[in-house]
Design a protein around this ligand. Sequence first.
Ligand code: IP8
Length: 247
Amino acid sequence: MILIKLGGSIITNKEKALSPRRKTIEKIVKNLKKIDEPIIIVHGGGSYGHYWSVKYDMHTKERKYDLRGVSIVKNSMIELNKIILDSMIKNKLSPYCLPPTDFMSGNKPISKKVTEIEKIAKSGMIPVTFGDALWYGQNKTYILSGDKIMTHFAKILKPKLTIFALNEDGLYSDLKSKKLIRELKGERPLISENKMDVTGGMTRKVEEATKIAKMGLKVFFVNGNKPERIVKAVKNKRFEGTLFRGK
Ligand code: IP8
């Protein structure tokens, strides 16, 4: 099973509110068609979920946020999710939409539900879920990052490969020269970042990827603008990006 996260910065234009990158989505979807093993897709919020989370000052900490904000963030994620589902259906893939409320209770994943998602993937459908605003309990809510969902799924399902599709070639050892880190063996890279979103952007991704790699699993950061690299990684084990090798 292959677990793929489509980052918000690849599926949307993060500089402009509510702007999907339809051509990029389409290109990714066309390449997903070439993978003939079970896959599960998780996508981020980009200029949909993050735009509204910032407006309503909502974060990953469980708190009593503006309830209207919760509705609006959720609504925007459904809108972005629909664009991805439509593209998949148009390209003759069979997505199976799963908002995270289907497998989360509070801030914990429901193992039985997550295992069921793998069965859906094995049937030939492609489960698709996303980062979202979620109910926590006692009138508290929180923003669940798609990156966190990746860790929850990886822990339960032990995918053969966990892929994060980014708007960059991978992780750079130096942001100025854009020198790519090709492989990491257990160590956690130091990264510098100027752009932050409500769930922590690249810092969060590296944190989750390191956790997943520590489970002994392979994690691959790849440029989503070059989705043929996703196919190559899955099929030929050629990794043009940053590969985190498990212990
Ligand atoms: O972009 C967060 O998901 P992420 C989604 O994967 C929202 O961190 C609602 C901001």
